[in-house]
Design a protein around this ligand. Structure first.
Ligand SMILES: Nc1ncnc2c1ncn2[C@@H]1O[C@H](COP(=O)(O)OP(=O)(O)OP(=O)(O)O)[C@@H](O)[C@H]1O
Ligand SMILES: O=P(O)(O)O[C@@H]1[C@H](O)[C@H](O)[C@@H](OP(=O)(O)O)[C@H](OP(=O)(O)O)[C@H]1O
Length: 587
């Protein structure tokens, strides 16, 4: 075992014993789970065991490695409990509509709201108002109580679903037959809710009872995605040097389940048997198709963060290793105006001996997604980390090695002699040598539509370089740039009125930018693992520099930089368009 391992072990030992009691702030559902007897006790603790980070510049590890356990779930013991799910569908279509909306931020144009036949008039009004507000970048309201009470009849859901599917068919001009088959068999959300295979659903926290709309990615799509690789050209030599694209590979799941046996009672006559058979058969076929659809191909990828932290559930949700602090934040966020900017949180599940938080997959429904992860704030370490470094510093040789590799002169003679640095020292150095400390955010990674991933953006320091990165990331597509811009403006409005934001120090959280070749583009707040509440008496401003003890995170400094940079990118893209149309005319 080398020094690195020694240090890591030492730190892991200390960290593993840390247990933080956030229980007073958890939702009733989560609390109930935590206090009940359960096979896994891992949810009780903050599991801080270090896990390796994803590699910086090498190609993205195979999908199966990123989301350990995927594809291993061969046992199909899933149950479909339609009755139960029907009883748990408050404002199902409404949520779906909002979700769709959030994924498809329209650029300036206000789409005509599709009025769902039979939908209560008052509900349509509320929906429309909310949609308009979101589109205009206005503040976001909490879900109105009246909508929470709405229940939809099965028939109506099926009709709507059909409508949506035909709409989807029109949208997905490149959809393969396989895609279409998947899409058609897609159940209406939660119409029949599937209990996760091999998972115990341990707490539907966050008040989100229904599942979001999910769309199916075909196998062909996945293969196609890996097949082509178009290396984009950066206009600046510095940035083009930064980008050594490497193609990632993702595996996918494709499990199907057999139909159940048909059983008839003794006394039935032949005709009624036939009828019953037909009915039950079509019903079972329907269920089977749905099961198959739920276990569909997925295009989920992990762009940044710790390796081994994630799994993908068979229902298509993202499972992230549980931490008490993050679960607490998500619980709160589901009741906050920031909810439309955060993946839906479906509570806790256990898999094997580990506990996970279950999140909406933000890539669901996107074809060949293009993703960018921006870590927000002027610092990425918690104040505790600084205190630890002063009092009982654990030296990390792995972090020392990372520093030596980039800039040996950044280390003092003492640090060279120790061959180790504290985590705070490393994180602070990372912040100072990237755009974090100056612009209030840094790009952690970008994945382009061909699957190539770049994670080393440490040389991006100025706003002009960020703008260039944005032009590269969006391929200067005006509609995408504008969609991101308006989404960030809307986020900024929501942050202003968010009780959660006022009362939390947001460290190491990211904005995940996602778009695809169609009109879908959105930005989401993710990763609340290092977000902590401040004492009741204080409120944070988020737009001033940090001073020790202030707990300010500079989140809004980062958001402002991003908005400014997007405006610049929009201007540059329009000049590029003008230039090229001018050239066309000269020809
Ligand atoms: N709900 C989600 N839907 C889709 N992708 C997600 C979702 N949550 C996370 N990801 C993917 O996983 C990556 C890492 O997420 P996250 O930052 O939450 O992990 P982490 O291990 O806590 O990261 P860190 O080490 O920076 O704290 C993101 O960059 C994104 O690609
Ligand atoms: O940027 P890099 O070079 O990938 O360095 C990592 C990054 O700063 C992470 O934010 C941090 O995890 P946390 O945010 O969870 O602290 C991780 O610490 P770790 O190695 O202790 O996990 C670092 O190794």
């Amino acid at each position: 075992m080398d020094t690195t391992d020694d240090c890591r072990m030492e730190e892991m030992e200390t960290e593993n014993h840390q247990t933080v009691d956030f229980s007073t702030r958890l939702s009733d559902e989560t609390l109930q789970y935590l206090s009940s007897e359960h096979p896994s006790s891992s949810c009780r603790k903050v599991n801080m065991k270090s896990r390796p980070r994803l590699l910086t510049t090498k190609s993205f590890p195979p999908y199966s490695q990123c989301i350990g356990g995927l594809g291993e779930d061969k046992d199909d013991n899933s149950e479909i409990d339609s009755e139960a799910s029907i009883a748990h569908q408050p404002c199902l279509r409404y949520e779906e509509a909002i979700r769709k909306d959030r994924n498809e931020v329209a650029q300036g144009t206000e789409e005509k709201i599709e009025l769902i036949s039979g939908c209560a008039r008052s509900e349509v009004k509320v929906k429309w108002r909310l949609r308009r507000k979101e589109r205009l970048g206005g503040s976001c309201e909490m879900w109105p109580d009246e909508l929470e009470r709405v229940r939809w009849s099965g028939k109506r859901r099926v009709e709507e679903n059909r409508k949506e599917i035909s709409q989807d068919d029109n949208d997905g001009e490149e959809a393969t037959n396989t895609d279409r088959k998947h899409w058609r068999s897609k159940p209406s959300n939660g119409e029949v809710e599937k209990k996760e295979d091999n998972e115990d659903v341990v707490g539907e926290g966050g008040g989100s009872e229904e599942k979001p709309g999910r769309k199916t990615e075909g196998a062909e799509e996945m293969l196609g995605m890996r097949g082509e690789s178009t290396a984009p050209q950066w206009s600046s030599p510095l940035l083009s040097k930064l980008l050594h694209s490497s193609t990632s590979s993702c595996s996918s799941i494709n499990l199907s389940s057999a139909e159940s046996d048909e059983v008839f009672s003794e006394g039935e006559d032949a005709t009624s048997k036939r009828k019953t058979f037909k009915r039950s058969r079509s019903w079972k076929t329907f269920l089977t198709m749905m099961q198959w659809s739920l276990k569909r191909q997925s295009s989920w990828v992990q762009l940044a963060g710790h390796q081994g932290n994630f799994q993908l559930s068979e229902g298509g949700d993202v499972l992230k290793r549980y931490s008490e602090g993050e679960a607490m934040c998500l619980d709160n966020l589901m009741k906050d105006p920031l909810r439309p900017f955060v993946p839906q949180y479906f509570g806790l599940v256990t898999r094997g001996e580990h506990c996970y938080i279950r999140l909406e997959d933000l890539l669901s429904g996107l074809r060949r997604p293009v993703i960018m992860d921006c870590k927000m704030g002027v610092r990425t370490y918690q104040e505790d980390e600084l205190l630890k470094a002063r009092t009982k510093a654990t030296l990390r040789s792995d972090m020392y090695q990372k520093m030596v590799k980039v800039d040996p002169s950044a280390l003092s003679a003492e640090e060279h002699a120790q061959k180790g640095v504290s985590k705070w020292r490393y994180l602070q150095w990372r912040d100072m040598t990237s755009s974090t400390s100056t612009l209030g955010f840094r790009i952690e990674g970008i994945m382009m539509e061909d699957g190539s991933i770049q994670r080393d953006f440490r040389k991006i320091l100025t706003l002009a370089q960020v703008t260039e990165a944005l032009l590269y990331f969006t391929r200067s597509q005006m509609n995408i740039l504008k969609a991101y811009h308006s989404r960030l403006i809307a986020l900024s409005d929501a942050l202003k009125i968010s009780p959660f934001f006022r009362s939390h120090e947001v460290i190491g959280s990211s904005l995940l930018f996602v778009h695809d070749h169609s009109t879908k583009a959105s930005v989401w707040m993710i990763d609340f693992g290092k977000t902590t509440p401040v004492p009741d008496t204080s409120e944070l401003q988020h737009n001033i520099p940090w001073a020790e003890g202030s707990r300010e995170d500079g989140y809004l400094i980062g958001l402002t930089s991003l908005i400014t940079s997007l405006s610049q990118a929009i201007n540059m893209a329009s000049w590029q368009q003008e230039d090229s149309s001018g050239e066309e005319m000269v020809k």
